[in-house]
Design a binder for this molecule. Structure first.
Ligand SMILES: Cc1cc2nc3c(=O)[nH]c(=O)nc-3n(C[C@H](O)[C@H](O)[C@H](O)COP(=O)(O)O)c2cc1C
Length: 387
């Protein structure tokens, strides 16, 4: 097993002792992770993102994970029609915060790796070691068209991404000039300084769902995001899934942490939470946008029966975009999150319909419960620890 340095462990722990890491997902995109037409939907304006990051930082949240999205999906709400570029977003938020880790989400095939490596290093220095990298290979042909880049077939995407991340890691670590003579990348006499902050490197995550995507994550990343470990399953089922992933990583001599994704609707009563979820996510779903997304994944009325198509539409609006829906009271949601932690899930990235409006209730009601359940440390304790 490759030795992990103390500094890298600190990064992986996001510089705190929380057993369950919590992050906000998708705040750089209009509508966040909710294809809804409700007027309070997220706009992803810069002032709102900044306010949210500062609020999350002060509350002791661990990370913010943006979505790398280049082309909106259209529909009534123009879902993801306005998106802030993630590395510049991360660097700017890192300059405005003290503790929180902020990821950049980068499409490997669209960024020159040496420019990308330097952007990441710059953000990492701005944040004094709090930048993280989410590598994505892409799946949406319309986005690639915009760049005049041909999307590779699935396996080759990850083959390319391997060369790309190796080049980025070399730029982060090689003490002198280096060259790359790969199948895809030919880079000569590369010189890249400074290195990332603190003699280590940014945390790297990936969320490949296929076998090839998962294998890429296990070989290269510190964190693997999977929707298949979720609150939908029992603690035992999740524990088994997490153990399998970790075991597969160990077989490659690596350690990896398993994360999942979700969407929060937390209200004082179960009924109020269900009512809002039904109102915003189902009754006011942007069905046009949902159908456009389904079409991009080749799920259409033409190739599915009416019942199957309806089930897909409903599932996609209710689950697949935002991740597993956590709907309930603070006690119920804290309990579900603690169960994930008990199953070995290291953290979760989640969204709200309107992050700024809904996060304060989560902060005030769910975070203290998670502390009492022993899966998170009180923020005050961290402050006393000299942070
Ligand atoms: C937590 C999470 C974050 C993701 N972020 C993005 C993203 O920002 N941009 C993107 O194009 N795809 C994103 N994806 C999609 C994955 O990178 C990946 O393409 C998808 O899961 C399909 O897996 P595969 O490439 O192994 O087929 C994300 C998936 C998850 C679960």
């Amino acid at each position: 097993m490759a030795e992990i340095s103390a500094a890298m462990r600190e990064r992986m722990a996001m510089y705190n002792g929380n057993a369950l890491q919590l992050g906000l997902f998708g705040a750089n995109c209009s509508s966040g992770r909710s294809a809804t037409t409700v007027p309070e939907r997220w706009t992803a304006s810069w002032p709102d993102c900044l306010k949210l990051a500062r609020m999350a930082d002060a509350a002791g949240m661990d990370f913010m994970l943006p979505i790398g999205r280049w082309k909106g999906y259209g529909g009534t709400s123009d879902f993801h029609g306005a998106t802030l570029e993630t590395v510049t977003w991360a660097a700017s938020l890192l300059a405005a915060t003290r503790r929180i880790t902020v990821f950049g989400t980068v499409h490997a095939p669209l960024f020159n790796p040496i420019i990308a490596a330097k952007e990441f290093v710059t953000a990492d220095h701005v944040g004094a070691g709090r930048f993280g990298l989410n590598i994505v290979c892409g799946w949406n042909d319309g986005e690639f068209e915009m760049f005049g880049v041909q999307q590779r077939e699935h396996e080759a995407r990850y083959e390319y991404a391997q060369e790309w991340i190796d080049a980025v890691k070399s730029a982060w670590s090689e003490p002198g000039d280096f060259s790359v003579d790969g199948k895809y990348l030919k880079l000569k006499n590369v010189r890249a300084f400074p290195k990332p902050y603190g003699g280590t490197r940014p945390l790297i995550m990936n969320a490949g769902a296929s076998a090839v995507g998962q294998a890429f994550a296990l070989r290269n990343c510190d964190a693997f995001f999977t929707a298949t470990a979720s609150s939908r399953r029992s603690i035992e089922e999740n524990a088994k899934r997490v153990a399998e992933i970790k075991q597969d990583a160990r077989a490659l001599g690596r350690e990896i942490e398993v994360y999942t994704v979700g969407q929060m609707t937390c209200r004082p009563t179960r009924q109020a939470a269900e009512d809002y979820y039904n109102h915003a996510i189902i009754e006011h779903a942007d069905w046009d946008a949902v159908e456009r997304m389904l079409a991009l994944k080749d799920i259409t009325r033409a190739n599915h029966s009416p019942a199957e198509y309806e089930a897909q539409r409903r599932y996609f609006a209710g689950h697949a975009i935002g991740g597993y829906p956590f709907i309930g009271t603070p006690d119920q949601i804290a309990g579900e999150l603690a169960n994930l932690s008990q199953a070995g899930v290291r953290g979760i990235a989640f969204s709200f319909v309107n992050y700024l409006a809904e996060f304060p209730y989560f902060r005030d009601e769910v975070l203290p419960r998670l502390e009492r359940l022993g899966v998170r440390q009180p923020v005050i304790q961290r402050a006393e620890a000299g942070e």
